[in-house]
Design a protein around this ligand. Structure first.
Ligand SMILES: [Zn+2]
Length: 306
């Protein structure tokens, strides 16, 4: 069965890039509605922005959606990952400005709020995207690919010259509460020199050492250090889960990311949907549904860090 929230839930924070205050309210929605953002500050134009791969404007720093009238929502990936990781298929996301609040730079506050809001089952089957063939896309050294698998699996590799990050790889079967247990608390990360460059371009104005892990060579500048030794690769997996949630249906397959970012994951979705031989929609059986990210997730699954 599809699900939505039992109660609405509100998050107040600031936008990572604008630095401006913003309120996000997540409300229940009926079956087959999907995930749709509504900009409550937009009156004269269409304020609805569907959380869909084909509305992604591939900006390199975050995932930004834009509807046909040019109304946009930025930095959707962490809340999309939380909705996927909590198994929420239908919701309205009312947003008071152009950017989702960054909160602590992870999905943890969203996951905690969604689990506390409770889930409601809806009388409609879950339709999933089954990957039938291996497909991949590249951009220089970066690759992203899908392979067939009986559940959602995410594998990621990163390599940075900064000693505090270095080479990290991880693979996770996203069944049950694995997203909440293993990924949701890992924060956005960046190097000090990236912060300097972004600020020079008027970006990351809301970024602080509290909502991003900042590295400089072999040092972690953020107070309290890392939440996990391999927090960066876990965050890249979180981002991939959020970006893949824009497929509009759960994915049964394995995603492999190698130095991939938001834009490349979106390119992979575009390649997938351009290749009708590489996937098909299937209606999930009870057994298959039990393997979806978020099936059976509970408060006790939220990362030990919390
Ligand atoms: Zn992120």
């Amino acid at each position: 069965m599809q699900t939505t929230l039992r109660h609405s839930v509100e998050f107040k924070g600031t936008g990572l890039h604008s630095g401006r205050p913003v309120v996000l309210r997540i409300l229940p929605a009926p079956k087959d509605h999907g995930i749709v953002f509504v900009r409550t500050d937009v009156k004269a134009l269409d304020a609805n922005v569907a959380a869909r791969w084909d509305l992604v404007d591939r900006s390199p720093l975050c995932t930004r959606l834009e509807n046909k009238q040019g109304v946009s929502v930025s930095t959707v990936e962490h809340v999309m990952a939380a909705l996927c990781g909590c198994g929420i298929h239908n919701a309205v996301l009312e947003l008071s400005g152009p950017e989702v609040p960054i909160l602590d730079g992870s999905s943890l506050p969203f996951v905690r709020g969604l689990i506390n809001a409770g889930r409601e089952r809806l009388n409609a089957p879950v339709r999933a995207i089954e990957i039938l063939k291996q497909i991949g896309v590249s951009n220089g050294e970066a690759h992203a690919s899908f392979e067939p698998a009986d559940a959602m699996i995410v594998q990621f590799h990163i390599e940075f010259s900064d000693q505090a990050i270095g080479l990290q790889e991880k693979e996770l079967h996203l069944s049950n509460g694995a997203f909440a247990r293993e990924l949701c608390d890992s924060r956005t990360f960046c190097r000090q020199r990236d912060v300097d460059a972004m600020r020079a371009n008027g970006l990351a104005m809301g970024g602080t050492l509290r909502n991003a892990v900042v590295f400089d060579g072999d040092e972690v500048l953020s107070p309290g250090g890392l939440r996990h030794r391999d927090e960066p690769v876990r965050h890249k997996m979180l981002d991939a889960v959020g970006d893949l949630a824009l497929a509009g249906a759960p994915i049964l397959g394995k995603y492999i990311g190698h130095k991939a970012g938001h834009a490349l994951t979106n390119t992979l979705l575009r390649e997938l949907f351009a290749r009708p031989d590489a996937w098909r929609y299937i209606e999930l059986t009870e057994d298959q549904r039990a393997l979806l990210p978020g099936a059976g997730v509970k408060e006790a699954d939220i990362c030990a860090f919390a």
